[in-house]
Each structure stands twice: as C-alpha cells, then as structure tokens.
Design a protein around this ligand. Structure first.
Ligand SMILES: [Fe+2]
Ligand SMILES: [Fe+2]
Length: 218
C-alpha cells in the first residue's frame, strides 16, 4: 500500500516546483548569455513543454478527482479559491506554451525573456497555492477521514489520469522521476506501474528523453 495521498500530492508538487524554477532560471540565462547549441536547445524546449503539460494535467486531476473526493470527505472545506488559482495559472501556462512554440521556431531573446517572466508569475501563484492544498490534504486531516485503501485507489486513478493528460509518456514519466531527489523518486516510482520506472524510462525511452537530461537530476 502506498504512503498515502498527502505524501504523493506533496511529491508531485515538488516536481512542478522544480520544473517552474528550472524553466525560469534556464530561460533567463539563455536570454542573457545567448542561445545554447541545438541539442541543449531542443532539450530545453522538451523540458519546458513537459512542465506546461504536466502542470495542466495536475490541475485537471485535482479538479476532476481529488477536490470532489476531498469535498465529499471534508464537506466544510471550500475549494473555490484553489480552482480560481488553477484558472490563473492555466492562462499563464497557455501563454508560456505559445512562447515556447515561438522560441522553438525562432529562438530569440524576446521569447526566452517571456518564458522566464511567465515562469516567475506562475511561481508567485503556485507557492502559496500548494501550501494551501497541502494544509487541506495534510496527512493528519486525510488519515482521519480516508482509509489507506481509499487513498491508494484515488492516487492510482490520479496517476492514470495524469499520465493520460501530461503529453507523451516518454517525456512525462522521466520528467516526474528526475525532477526528484532519490528518496522522493523512489516514492513516485512506487505509484507508477513497475515497468515504467524499471524498464521504460531507463531503457526503452532512454534516447527520447536524453536531451532533457541537462535540466534534470541525475
Ligand atoms: Fe492545485
Ligand atoms: Fe496540486
């Protein structure tokens, strides 16, 4: 049985928190110091795009699965402000997606600065947003009203939902695992089908996500 939904939620938040920070800092340094070579550039485009897709998918999964579940188990909790923040972040993510498309066609300082600025704006909403979410779904609150079995089932559904909406698996799965330090990575690997972390990511998909490696943890 998994370690519970509080831990899984906090861990996926760590992936996205690192994702927005790496996207911000690298786009800023490319804008300031000049464009990288083609391989590093295509790796950055894949990384930033996967960040956008995964964050959209995470919010969608919360609105479709996690929040309705939370509402049912903790009827006094309001999710309205969290949903409003998702909408604000979604608009910024869409702008970022367009800026990434522009930058891919025509790598110019202007679109890189735009990506960096949007990442900063996303981060400003994101940080208090996840604090609020992790307070609502703290282990103590969740464990008081949800059995470990129910938590495991919900997290499995959320993980499936996420993988269906986060863009190509061969980018999303390594993005999740390798934006985490080893202990958290082991936890998330345990939430995925074993074949994903044991065979697909390290062997079958290895070359497809290799260009993102300079932006990921070893
Ligand atoms: Fe959220
Ligand atoms: Fe979240």
């Amino acid at each position: 049985m998994s370690a519970g939904m509080a831990k899984t939620l906090a861990t996926i938040h760590k992936v996205i928190t690192r994702g927005v920070e790496v996207t911000r800092s690298r786009s800023q340094s490319f804008a300031e110091q000049g464009l990288p070579d083609e391989a590093l550039w295509s790796g950055f485009v894949s990384y930033a795009r996967t960040f956008v897709n995964l964050t959209h998918a995470h919010h969608d999964g919360e609105e479709v699965l996690i929040f309705p579940f939370g509402q049912q188990k903790m009827p006094d909790t309001s999710f309205d402000s969290l949903i409003a923040e998702h909408q604000q972040i979604a608009a910024l993510l869409d702008e970022m997606g367009a800026a990434i498309d522009d930058a891919e066609k025509n790598p110019a300082t202007e679109s890189l600065s735009r990506i960096s600025r949007l990442a900063t704006q996303i981060s400003e909403i994101w940080r208090p947003h996840i604090r609020e979410e992790e307070t609502i779904f703290s282990a103590a609150r969740v464990n008081a009203v949800v059995t470990p079995e129910e938590q495991g089932k919900l997290m499995q559904q959320a993980s499936q939902h996420g993988m269906q909406h986060a863009g190509p698996d061969y980018l999303a799965a390594p993005f999740i695992l390798h934006n985490l330090e080893p202990e958290d990575r082991a936890h998330m690997a345990g939430e995925m089908p074993p074949i994903v972390s044991q065979e697909l990511v390290p062997i079958v998909w290895k070359d497809q996500w290799a260009p993102m490696k300079p932006f990921l943890l070893p």
